[in-house]
Design a protein around this ligand. Structure first.
Ligand code: UDP
Ligand code: MN
Length: 364
């Protein structure tokens, strides 16, 4: 049994470490910068600095006979937690280091350096349907964990939905709520429609009018994103790509990499495309986009990605920047939410003056 004074010292050390981690998490969650509305820029801390700060709070007192191993074990736990918190909120290096693939790797390591501040403009097409609010809520919870995100939510509609406006405001993610309806001529088509094209082009127009630096990423509302993906794409110079998990028999859409070089594309549907990639599998530098004023997405079902990437000419496949550890990690999944019938009307008389009527306005 350790003497009481040493037990107290260990408890004190643990308490200080916990307070530090809680404070750090609160700070890195963006909660205190976003409560006032628009998030403000936070200082870029390097993960190692945070670890050293945490370690400096731990007192190792060998003369008193306290096991050095025990204290170092405790301090390592705190350090790991700090690195994890920092990477989740993208304060500092992040789990993929500075975004250069092959850097620190999961869990962080000696290769980690500071991420240059660079905004990721996330363009999300969306449209009214029973799953919409659920899908957008899930995506927002992901984006809330990532620093320097500017979310462009573009509704396929002639009018902005007020309920969506309230919802978007509630997340505390920097955003713009835009509209861009699918042209009538495509709505009438029986087969495959150019889904989300008008919306994405509206997002690109906003970027041209408002952005000068950063990265553009098309993030559909129903996919599944790992928070680390956004740090991966943050330092894109021209166009970067990475694997996308598909829940199909092909299972994947990804650049094929051999000895660190792009040698082709793996996708269930090549169809003569120059860039046979998934919408979720690439990002473009804002500067690169601005130098190509005619770049846009064609209303061509199945060829939206290829058509858009071709309009970035001059740009060839060998210039693609490979991310996610040379395309060995899956950080995004092209998921689909099961389609559902709209809910039934409710009896307005029966539920008069109850919460049911206002809740019914939120759902479809
Ligand atoms: N979308 C849209 N209008 C439509 C259909 C889809 O704005 O009429 C959006 C949708 O919210 C999603 C993107 O376009 O963000 C791609 O659509 P979807 O997920 O249905 O395509 P899939 O993943 O099945 O190819
Ligand atoms: Mn989808």
């Amino acid at each position: 049994m350790l003497p009481v004074s040493i037990q107290m010292r260990i408890l004190w050390t643990l308490a200080m470490g916990t307070v530090f981690v809680v404070l750090l998490q609160y700070q890195s969650s963006g909660a205190w910068s976003q409560q006032q509305g628009q998030p403000v820029a936070r200082p870029d801390l390097v993960a190692e600095d945070l670890v050293s700060m945490a370690l400096s709070k731990v007192v190792v007192d060998e003369s008193a006979g306290v096991s050095r191993d025990l204290l170092m074990g405790i301090s390592r736990q705190i350090a790991r937690y700090v690195v994890y918190s920092a990477s989740c909120s993208n304060v500092g290096g992040g789990v993929f280091g500075n975004g250069v693939s092959g850097g620190g790797g999961y869990g962080g390591g000696p290769g980690m350096t500071t991420v240059e501040p660079s905004t990721v403009y996330v363009i999300t097409p969306t449209y009214r349907r029973p799953e919409q609010v659920a899908d957008l809520t899930r995506l927002a919870q992901t984006l809330m964990l990532v620093r320097d995100i500017h979310w462009l939510v573009v509704e396929d509609s002639h009018v902005k939905s007020p309920h969506l406006g309230v919802l978007l405001q509630s997340f505390g993610v920097r955003y713009n709520h835009l509209i861009a309806p699918m042209p009538e001529r495509f709505k009438k088509i029986r087969g495959a429609k150019p889904k989300g094209v008008a919306n994405r082009n509206r997002g690109l127009k906003w970027i041209r009018q408002n952005a000068v630096e950063g990265v553009v990423y098309f993030a559909d509302d129903d996919n599944t994103y790992d928070v680390r993906l956004f740090n991966e794409m943050r330092n894109t110079q021209k166009v970067s790509m990475w694997p996308v998990g598909l829940c199909t028999r092909t299972g994947l859409s990804t650049p094929i990499v051999k000895n660190g070089q792009l040698v082709g594309f793996y996708d269930g549907w090549i169809a003569g495309r120059k860039f046979p990639v998934d919408m979720a599998g690439f990002a473009v530098s804002v500067k690169f986009l601005l130098e190509r004023p005619n770049a846009q997405m064609p209303y061509k079902p199945g060829f939206e990605e290829d058509g858009f990437l071709r309009t970035l000419a001059p740009f060839e496949p060998h210039q693609i920047e490979l991310k996610a550890d040379n395309c060995t990690k899956i950080l995004v999944w092209h998921t689909q939410t099961k389609k559902n019938e709209p809910s039934l009307n409710v009896d307005k008389e029966k539920y008069k003056n109850t919460n049911i009527l206002s809740l019914k306005e939120i759902i479809v």
